[in-house]
Ligand binder design. Structure first.
Ligand code: HEM
Length: 537
């Protein structure tokens, strides 16, 4: 293989960071001019109008006017921490990814989030939680952009705008702010039964975690690992919390949302300050890279399906420790940009159609959210590996590129030698895979199974967990104004479990769908106090 291209150019960041530290008691303008006073605008006499002449007034107000950037279109509310990932070294036979080899320690930044609420919403609402990890590896940044539930609402990313439009507050009144208890959400998921398995997770105790430190995380999709010999396997990523999995009960979640809407981010920050880091182990479910990409009859390209741990063990391959709080929320937690396409050699994506759409979406949205194509230069996004790209200029460019040859091949680079346009040593080389098929808008037949794993999930619950699920469905559907939606959702639940369906129907005061036996589970007294079936508005 030809040698790696010589560094033909170097990025020289403008020395801005230190210059912005608030170390001096002397206030200056952004241009470094000392100011005598920041409390009084320049006026024509003490009672006169302010003068355009006042460069400090104009700069101070103008900058303030532009302090906000768009919040994330989803996962707007989040909290984050820095830490380290330490590999146990047992994943080397499955992947050549350097950060998973024995003894490697890799800095990480992790952002936890809720999906639906805005930046100022409460932490303990019933929702999916994001669990996004950025590994600053020696081979470039790897982002594992996961959730605290192992499945997703939709099988094809083209439907992401639909589920999010349905889950977000109603367009007319922007109510409710941050939860799933409303008509549009239930309208969509009752019409769109591939969401059923995910809805079961969301209505379970997993939807109201006690703390970020007691949440599992999942990569959701099946990924492809490649080892040093070029052999591949299919894998699902898991984060296992060392503190165990714990949830709130619904009443606690409600009280916390009122008494301390920052319940989770406070626990994260205070815990770290108090010397109690958050700890998780990374686990892999490793499966053969079979031609049909199924395992034990489960379609591995279907993100609404799990692979039960009884069928494929989760092998623990490293430990994540989060022990340092960000020092600036905006610079770190807000400006961090995760992307499922940030991969390192040894880890590839599969053809899961949900993943394929994500590969487009993250970079695209960040171009708007972070104002152009140069956000990888922000300290929180900057790789720790050396960067030598030919990307130039653009909005918010802060690197001062050297050299005159941002193109390949060239013979005018820093080394003065011709630089090859191709290199394979240490590079991300996609494993060659044949791709062919008719151009169609269709799902594979296996995607049509929408209920078997929802039933499996319910069957795996303890009695109290089932009671919580029944209460959650009853409460949430009780918030629907439209009776036909409630009835349609009961029809969906009839496909999952008879007990679940009849108990929720009883809680809502509705007849069970035809063919269902009468309810033998009566909602608890506590629940009947909080269920409200709204009347006409
Ligand atoms: C943001 C997870 C599906 C589009 C996020 C974040 C997480 C996440 C954790 C927050 C990242 C952060 O903390 O900054 C997932 C998971 C998915 C999924 C696990 C399915 C398995 C999708 C799909 C799309 C999408 C299908 C679009 C086709 C977005 C967008 C953002 C986002 C636009 C905001 C990113 C930003 O502004 O920086 N997602 N997501 N996601 N996701 Fe997803």
């Amino acid at each position: 293989a030809p040698a790696a291209p010589a560094r033909q150019t170097e990025q020289q960041p403008v020395e801005a960071a230190e210059g912005r530290l608030q170390t001096s008691s002397l206030l200056t303008t952004a241009q470094g001019v000392r100011l005598p006073d920041t409390d009084h605008s320049l006026k024509a006499g003490p009672r006169g109008p302010s003068l355009m002449d006042d460069f400090h007034l104009r700069e101070k107000i103008t900058h303030f006017d532009h302090e906000r950037i768009p919040e994330r279109v989803v996962h707007a509310r989040g909290a984050a921490a820095h830490g380290t990932f330490t590999a146990y070294g047992n994943a080397g036979s499955a992947t050549k990814a350097g950060f998973l080899q024995r003894g490697r320690e890799t800095p990480v930044f992790v952002r936890f989030s809720t999906v639906l609420g805005s930046r100022g919403s409460a932490d303990t609402v019933r929702d999916v939680r994001g669990f996004a990890v950025k590994f600053y590896t020696d081979e470039g940044n790897f982002d594992l952009v996961g959730n605290n539930m192992p499945v997703f609402f939709i099988q094809d990313g083209i439907k992401f705008p639909d589920i999010i439009h349905a889950g977000k507050p109603h367009p007319d009144r922007e109510i409710p702010q941050a939860q799933t208890a409303h008509d549009t959400f239930w309208d969509f998921v009752s019409l769109h039964t591939e969401a059923t398995h995910h809805v079961m997770w969301a209505m379970s105790d997993r939807g109201i975690p006690r703390s970020y430190r007691t949440m599992e995380g999942f990569g959701v999709h099946t990924f492809r690992l490649v080892n040093a010999k070029g052999e591949t396997c299919l894998v699902k990523f898991h984060w296992k919390p060392v503190a165990g999995i714990h949830s709130l009960v619904w009443e606690e979640a409600q009280i916390a949302a009122g008494a301390d809407p920052d319940f989770h981010r406070r626990d994260l920050a205070d815990g770290i300050d108090a010397g109690a880091p958050l700890e998780y182990e990374l686990g892999l479910q490793i499966m053969p890279d079979s031609a049909d990409q199924t395992f034990e009859g489960i379609d591995l390209l279907d993100p609404t399906k799990i692979v039960p741990e009884e069928l494929c063990e989760v092998q623990l391959v490293g430990k994540l420790t989060l022990d340092r709080n960000p020092t600036n929320f905006f610079a770190e937690t807000e400006q961090v940009a995760f992307h499922t396409g940030n991969l390192v050699p040894g880890i590839e994506v599969t053809d899961d159609p949900l993943m394929q759409a994500r590969l487009f979406s993250y970079l695209d949205t960040q171009l708007t959210r972070l104002g152009g194509p140069n956000f990888t230069q922000l300290p929180i996004n900057c790789p720790h590996a050396a960067v030598n790209d030919n990307l130039r200029d653009g909005m918010h460019q802060s690197a001062v590129h050297q050299g005159i040859a941002p193109y390949l091949p060239n013979s005018l680079g820093a080394e003065g030698e011709p630089v090859p346009a191709e290199v394979s040593e240490g590079a991300f080389v996609h494993v060659p895979r044949e791709v062919n098929g008719p151009k169609v808008r269709e799902n594979p037949a296996s995607f049509a199974d929408h209920f078997s794993q929802a039933t499996l999930f319910y069957a795996s619950m303890t009695e109290i967990e089932r009671a919580h699920i029944i209460e959650a469905f009853t409460f949430e559907l009780g918030k629907c104004y439209e009776q036909p939606i409630r009835e349609r959702m009961l029809g969906v639940l009839a496909n999952v479990d008879t007990e679940l369906c009849t108990a929720v129907a009883a809680g809502l005061g509705l007849p069970a769908p035809k063919g269902m036996p009468a309810a033998d589970v009566v909602p608890s007294p506590a629940l009947s106090q909080i269920v409200t079936v709204p009347g006409p508005i």
